[in-house]
Design a protein. Structure first.
Lengths: 199, 227, 223
């Protein structure tokens, strides 16, 4: 399935909602035809996904670009049945070319059979924190891919990218980069190591 | 209650619970050139406080509440909430090691049901903020005091490490810490906003650069600090 | 101490556990060589564990593992965050944890040796970590070191002066060192060795067997 945005956005006042249900034993892939550009003003994006027993979900839209002046709140809730699998990639670009990052606060909660697997919030565009060597350092974009399933429990590390087996049944590939091409290359490197069955 | 005194003891870097050997990512940040002087260090500390600092403060506050009515199932569930907020295995390991040492030390200082039940419920070592909150409860602290102690130690450990590793002026570094006072209050405030038995909404701020530093650190041949 | 003994934290009073022997002394005096020598001499008769406190990563532990004097798994390395004396004196938590981990994995043990990172003359072990301690000097530091004293020289249960083979070359007078040490140590023992020549450090090993036996008699039946 491809998401097609009919207008640029989200922009001021928008609240976009996406609800995904993957029925037991089925598989679904969600892509988008273009990146999402968050425009100036307050907006909200909420994604809820439920993956049933034996089902599989791949969610990998094009990057989210935070235009200067945006103030976006993103909430993602991903709940999986015990034997479901998932591949969930998110990429954020801190501002269009040459401009400072807009603000974004996102929260991601993934559970497996009701047990928390990964909870993480990301705050971008706060001038006091954004460029901290502890947070995004000098990166222009950040991304992560959560893979859920029966995966090898090995840590891998390269420049700007880490493959991190979580405490629960999943692995997080986390990357920082100077541009989207480098970001995608780093994430794909990590994804293939995290799940050797990927092409 | 004697919460104020206990909070000071728990936040003191001289608490004999193994904290002196952890740099909170600062050693690796120094090695790769991400921290070279006071300006970088100030930004590192601010970023750490707003992310890992707020998360540990919130978990410590929640643990302090659990400590008032301890039960194995509640400890295990809160510890799982800590687990799912720490992506890097190196950080989970460092957190559990520090938690185990803290429980060992504080059980002798403040013998209590809170700490005994935590040691039994999570025998391989609870996450550090959970242990800190349990110790705070045992010592008579309020959740806000537990949160303050947790947020404070999240920045003092890397600050001390940077003084040792870069030979920075310790007075200047303490000034940087003093400048963080409003941010520290904000962190403790955010940590205590949500306090119910459902901990799913507790803060979960990620720090991608810290995750990378933590794993790189383990692969660095010459290192002085555990984390 | 808590009333609850159902978990693995040991009582701090020494009942039912191995003797913990601290080995400290300045950088390069031969602490690691002494630990290796003791493992060589005592390994056949005593159940041993070793904890090292390295300044850099796991250098000393790796040396001991390579020396092959003790099973590699029986050596644990503790990191000390730039402050080796803090880890053996002011904040001993990580060392206690390592000692207890060895006892849990391989116990019961007779002796756990804790080697400090090389430090200065004031670094001594906390009584909360080491039941007995050895301080190691070498003759090349100069024959005035015992006279100057310092907590390591004056309070250690045994003072070992190593590298006696070098004494003529560095102009150190062993008689002077022996006399000065006796004066500041209130009659506590001093042993002179050259671990390079005596790979088992037999005089020190004999002393260690003595304290292990005494410990065993004192604590064995009171668990």
């Amino acid at each position: 399935m491809h998401l097609v945005a009919t207008a640029a956005g989200p922009l001021d006042g928008d609240h976009l909602g996406l609800s995904i249900d993957v029925a037991p034993g089925t598989s679904l892939s969600v892509f988008s035809v273009a990146s999402t550009l968050a425009l100036p003003g307050r907006s909200r994006l909420t994604v809820t996904a439920r993956v049933g027993p034996g089902a599989s979900l791949r969610y990998s839209p094009e990057p989210l670009v935070l235009a200067d002046g945006c103030d976006l709140r993103v909430d993602v809730l991903l709940s999986l049945a015990g034997d479901a699998t998932a591949f969930w990639r998110e990429e954020i670009v801190f501002g269009r070319y040459g401009e400072p990052s807009g603000r974004c606060r996102s929260r991601f909660d993934a559970t497996v059979d009701g047990v928390p697997l990964l909870r993480q919030e990301v705050t971008a565009g706060d001038p006091a924190l954004h460029g901290s060597p502890a947070v995004f350092a000098s990166a222009r974009c950040a991304g992560s891919t959560l893979l859920v399933g029966d995966l090898p429990r090995e840590v891998h590390l390269a420049e700007g990218c880490a493959v991190l087996p979580l405490a629960g049944p999943g692995t997080l590939v986390s990357a920082l980069a100077a541009d989207t091409v480098e970001l995608r290359r780093r994430l794909e490197w990590g994804e293939r190591l995290a799940d050797k069955s990927l092409p | 209650m004697h919460g104020d005194m206990a909070m000071l003891l728990l936040a003191d870097s001289r608490l004999p619970a193994g904290g002196h050997a952890h740099s909170g990512g600062a050693e690796e940040a120094v090695r790769v050139g991400a921290i070279t002087g006071p300006e970088d260090l100030a930004r590192f500390l601010r970023g750490r406080l707003a992310t890992a600092g707020v998360v540990t403060a919130a978990l410590a506050a929640a643990a302090c509440e659990v400590g008032a009515r301890p039960a194995p199932e509640r400890w295990q569930r809160l510890d799982a909430e800590a687990d799912c907020r720490i992506s890097a295995p190196a950080q989970r390991e460092a957190s559990r090691t520090q938690g185990r040492l803290l429980v060992r030390t504080t059980r002798r200082i403040w013998p209590s049901e809170a700490l005994d039940s935590l040691a039994l419920a999570v025998p391989d070592g609870a996450h550090h903020p959970v242990a800190l909150g349990a110790a705070a409860a045992a010592a008579g602290c309020e959740p806000r005091q537990a949160a303050l102690a947790a947020a404070y130690t999240s920045v003092t450990a890397p600050a001390t490490a940077a003084v040792r590793l870069l030979g920075l002026d310790p007075v200047l570094v303490h000034r940087l810490l003093a400048d963080l006072a409003p941010a520290l209050n904000d962190a403790a405030h955010e940590a205590c906003v949500i306090q119910a038995d459902d901990w799913s909404d507790l803060p979960a701020h990620a720090a991608p650069a810290l995750d990378l530093l933590a794993e790189q650190h383990l692969r660095t041949e010459v290192r002085l600090f555990v984390s | 101490m808590s009333a609850n003994h159902d978990d693995h934290h040991h009582a701090p009073d020494g009942h039912g556990r191995a003797l913990r022997l601290g080995i400290g002394g300045p950088v390069g005096s031969g602490k690691t060589a002494l630990v290796a020598a003791l493992c060589r001499s005592l390994g056949p008769s005593l159940r041993l564990g070793v904890v090292t406190n390295d300044i850099y990563t796991t250098e000393d532990a790796d040396f001991l593992r390579r020396a092959g004097v003790i099973d590699a798994e029986r050596i644990l390395a503790v990191q000390t965050g730039c402050c080796p004396h803090t880890a053996i004196r002011d904040d001993i938590a990580a060392n206690i944890d390592a000692v207890e981990t060895l006892e849990e994995r391989f116990g019961p043990l007779d002796l756990v040796i804790v080697e400090s990172g090389g430090d200065n003359l004031t670094a001594t072990f906390s009584r909360g970590l080491a039941d007995r301690q050895i301080f190691v000097l070498d003759v090349s530091g100069g024959d005035k070191v015992p006279r100057k004293g310092g907590p390591g020289v004056t309070t250690a249960d045994l003072l070992v002066v190593n590298k006696t083979d070098l004494a003529p070359m560095v102009g150190a007078d062993l008689t002077v060192m022996s006399r000065d040490a006796a004066k500041v140590r209130d009659g506590k023992p001093v042993l002179f060795t050259s671990i390079r020549e005596d790979k088992g450090a037999h005089s020190v090993a004999e002393w260690v067997v003595g304290i292990v036996d005494a410990w065993h008699h004192e604590h064995a039946h009171s668990v």
